[in-house]
Design a protein around this ligand. Structure first.
Ligand code: ATP
Ligand code: MG
Length: 393
């Protein structure tokens, strides 16, 4: 029945040149998510709206699901396209359409027509009136309500005639890439994939960095992160995942620094490396899945100590979220099941029994001086061996 989708997006704040960028980014991302859906689609931009059209067979559910992964879309309207064989024929097709669309035709409604093709014999007011009358004739239980209708039957007169009446909720947010790019610190846990999703929702493109520590962390642990990156990329588009071999730096910290400070010092090195990669890859900030008080390394004191090594802004979209709230989102975006697979994380391997929860930055800095004579070389070696994996292209 459907041959097209009308894509609705919020236009607030997107005027002038920005609007053009906003729409182009939206069109690009729609094309990106549809490339894996069976069927041939054309994505067309018109003033104030975007049409996704197809002349081939396509999987309706898959198409809607793909479109629901596109940030910036507020509504997806499945559209029926009708041949123009005169008004009566069109009205009859519309009645059939409504029969299929609604189990019970007992709603209040109005018709809202738009005549994009000006040579159509009826103008929009006339179509509203005449089509309304035909619908009332066909369904004894419907009523006309022009102010607060339960159903609006939209009609657009073009080469063919487009009819739609339902709107499926979109993902909201802003189109990817309209707000720059950031580097996500992606672990195998529950939180960081959600953090990446949330930044992407506001139009931020994502690259990611994962720290692993072979042989203490396994290939499976790394594969889990690749899997999570793929799941996030369904929303965030293609991304580059940088895999950092962190073993030597972790061992050096373990050997030379006080054990209750290991986690903080290790996290400071993670941030330094992440920032280095972020700068190299045109990212404007870092993103983590941290949330106040969740673990010892996420007290305000610990966050301050970790943050102190960064010159870039660090975005922590989950900072005030409870664990259950984060889990709810991870279930919604389908990362939860993967996140809870039990594989070791580099953070958990060298943890102290009693990590400091209120680190003093000056003391931490002094402890880090124990690494002075090895760190430059270790850093260089680590950065030289970064592996890059392209996800979702
Ligand atoms: P998550 O569930 O995201 O792993 P967490 O509650 O386990 O978070 P931490 O282990 O303290 O918390 O990590 C805090 C944040 O640091 C993570 O959300 C992530 O952004 C980053 N991070 C932690 N470990 C790694 C890692 N191995 N590689 C990349 N980033 C990491
Ligand atoms: Mg973790």
């Amino acid at each position: 029945m459907y041959k097209a989708f009308l894509i609705k997006y919020a236009e607030i704040g997107v005027k002038g040149k920005n609007r053009f960028l906003f729409e182009d980014a939206l069109v690009n991302q729609i094309r990106f998510v549809l490339r894996e859906v069976e069927g041939e689609f054309t994505v067309r931009k018109e003033p104030g709206r975007i049409f996704v059209e197809t002349e081939t067979n396509f999987d309706y559910d898959e198409t809607v699901d793909a479109l629901q992964h596109v940030f910036g879309i507020v509504g997806i309207c499945p559209v029926a396209k009708m041949e123009d064989n005169g008004f009566d024929d069109f009205a009859a097709q519309t009645v059939e359409f409504l029969k299929k669309e609604y189990k019970e035709c007992n709603f209040s409604f109005k018709v809202k027509a738009r005549r994009a093709r000006k040579n159509y014999p009826l103008d929009s007011m006339e179509i509203n009136k005449e089509l309304g009358a035909k619908i009332v004739d066909a369904f004894p239980e419907v009523t006309v309500d022009v102010h607060h209708p339960e159903v609006t039957v939209y009609v657009e007169i073009r080469e063919k005639i487009y009819v739609y009446s339902k709107t499926i909720k979109g993902a909201g947010g802003m189109p990817l890439g309209t707000n720059g790019k950031a580097m996500l610190l992606l672990s195998g846990g529950i939180d960081s994939p959600v953090a990446g999703y949330m930044m992407a929702k506001r139009g931020v493109k994502i690259d990611a960095v994962y720290f692993h520590a072979p042989p203490y962390t396994s290939e499976r642990a790394k594969q889990k992160v690749v899997d999570l990156a793929k799941l996030v990329s369904k929303y965030s588009g293609s991304m580059r995942l940088f895999v950092v071999n962190f073993t030597d730096i972790q061992l050096a910290i373990y050997e030379k620094c006080p054990h209750d400070e290991l986690t903080i010092i290790m996290r400071r090195y993670m941030m330094r490396i992440a920032e280095h990669l972020a700068k190299e890859n045109n990212c404007l900030g870092l993103v983590t899945g941290e949330s106040v008080g969740q673990v010892a390394s996420q007290t305000l004191q610990s966050l301050a100590a970790t943050n102190e090594v960064c010159t870039m802004p660090v975005y922590r979209p989950l900072i005030s979220f409870d664990k259950q709230e984060i889990i709810d989102i991870s279930e919604k975006i389908n990362t939860y099941e993967t996140s809870i697979q039990p594989f070791e994380d580099c953070c958990t391997i060298f943890v102290a029994k009693h990590p400091v929860t209120k680190p003093n930055i000056n003391i931490i800095k002094r402890s880090e001086t124990h690494l002075d004579d090895v760190m430059e070389e270790l850093m260089q070696k680590t950065l030289d061996s970064v592996e890059m994996i392209t996800i979702g292209e």
